[in-house]
Design a binder for this molecule. Structure first.
Ligand SMILES: Nc1ncnc2c1ncn2[C@@H]1O[C@H](COP(=O)(O)OP(=O)(O)OP(=O)(O)O)[C@@H](O)[C@H]1O
Length: 384
């Protein structure tokens, strides 16, 4: 993560009042074969991606995978070594940040400390030379949008982290940008405030459905809750991209399965077709039925992705898709019990509603899962 400063936010403030005066419909963000290199090292590699008008796309991925770089290249703080950046139908690759009609919110708020809240929010409008009466109307409007109407006269130091971030969002939205870039906007906040802010951002986007949002985060909950589409970055490349639920339910690679949500990935073999979109596989002595959305071919060794919350107790008698494991650990976490089992030499995590009498360490436990909830995933190609 490369921190973005108040000076850079200042450089985003649009100077052209005519073109930024109103946002009547959404604009796409387009990366067209964009690469970025620092000192000869390519950290963003041929990225092609469209964020459609009114959509939220979240970029997630490990530290250093190029998420912030992708965002900064849209903002205009970084020049691509090749490729083009589009906002709407405009090629903005050679435009300065302030001429791109973007709003930006970053992790460390980057509010101007010497300005009151209302002056922070007015900043972009003043920079574009908006008339005073427009500013007088727009500033309270934006503060109301983020629930900060009562705080206009305060200085940033007189606000909590969550309140500062709300002001930062109001400031970014005041000039009615076409696109909003969010760089880990909630990562400095504690868990409870972060949850509340996720709801608020969702509501904000509901109220501003034309706003196109590119959202960089480490937090898969934020990505899954807010984004229409999610891109998973790795080593400067888009490793996987898809509609949020589809990517979660049917991850295309091991890396995607592990990065988005928690997953048990069992090594299975002997794949045979079993009806449309389904296949049977062997896991030790057990035969299991699963979704095969990636059409892996017969005979293929692959992984079975079982989410911990999809595992259930099988009880006695013959049950399809059942495994027997030995309990290795039991943890109570208030609203769930987490149980770890070993089965056929592999470790499996299970999440279930809290039990009055949980299983004990060393117990044999039969568990099962619904074929429609488990997915076959190809093993990632070796990286070299
Ligand atoms: N100004 C810079 N000069 C040189 N290298 C840079 C610069 N900015 C970023 N990098 C490098 O580019 C790579 C991608 O960085 P980037 O900040 O985009 O990653 P990220 O995925 O956002 O990481 P994080 O999750 O930690 O924020 C990293 O290896 C980083 O060290």
């Amino acid at each position: 993560m490369v921190d973005i400063t108040a000076q850079e936010i200042e450089r985003c403030a649009p100077l052209d009042g005519v073109r930024t005066a109103s946002r009547t419909s959404g604009s796409r963000i387009g990366f067209e074969d964009v690469s970025v290199a620092y000192g000869g090292l390519t950290v963003l590699k041929s990225l092609t991606l469209t964020v459609h008008p009114g959509e939220i796309v979240a970029l997630i991925g490990p530290s250093g995978s190029g998420k912030t770089t992708a965002l900064r290249v849209v903002a205009g703080f970084v020049r691509p070594s090749s490729g083009r950046i589009m906002i709407g139908d405009r090629d903005v690759t050679d435009l300065a940040p302030y001429d791109r009609q973007i709003g930006m919110v970053v992790q460390n708020y980057a509010l101007f400390p010497h300005m009151r809240v209302e002056d922070n929010v007015a900043f972009g409008l003043q920079a574009q030379g908006a008339p005073r009466d427009v500013i007088r109307q727009r500033v309270p409007e934006c503060l109301a949008m983020v629930g900060m109407s009562a705080y206009g006269k305060r200085y940033p130091r007189e606000l909590s982290g969550g309140q500062q971030q709300r002001v930062a969002i109001a400031r970014a939205l005041a000039p009615k940008p076409q696109v909003l870039l969010l760089d880990e906007p909630l990562s400095a906040l504690d868990t409870q405030i972060r949850r509340a802010m996720i709801d608020e951002i969702a509501k904000l986007h509901h109220d501003l459905p034309d706003l196109t949002v590119l959202y960089v985060t480490h937090d898969q909950t934020e990505a899954l809750t807010l984004a229409n589409h999610i891109g998973i970055m790795r080593d400067g490349e888009m490793q996987a991209f898809g509609e949020a639920q589809a990517l979660f339910r049917h991850p295309p690679t091991r890396f995607a399965a592990e990065f988005l949500g928690r997953a048990n990935l069992l090594s299975v073999g002997g794949l045979t077709a079993a009806g449309p979109g389904e296949a049977r596989v062997r896991f030790g002595g057990a035969e299991l039925l699963a979704r095969n959305p990636h059409n892996l071919p017969e005979g293929r060794d692959c992984l079975l992705c079982v989410r911990p919350h999809h595992m259930r107790f099988a009880g006695e008698g013959a049950v399809a898709n059942a495994l027997t494991g030995v309990v290795q650990s039991v943890q109570w976490q208030g609203d769930v019990h987490n149980i770890t089992l070993t089965a056929e030499g592999e470790s499996l995590r299970m999440t279930c509603v809290p039990m009055a009498v949980p299983p004990a360490l060393g117990d044999q436990l039969r568990v099962c899962f619904d074929p429609s909830e488990v997915t076959l995933v190809p093993e990632d190609a070796p990286r070299g």
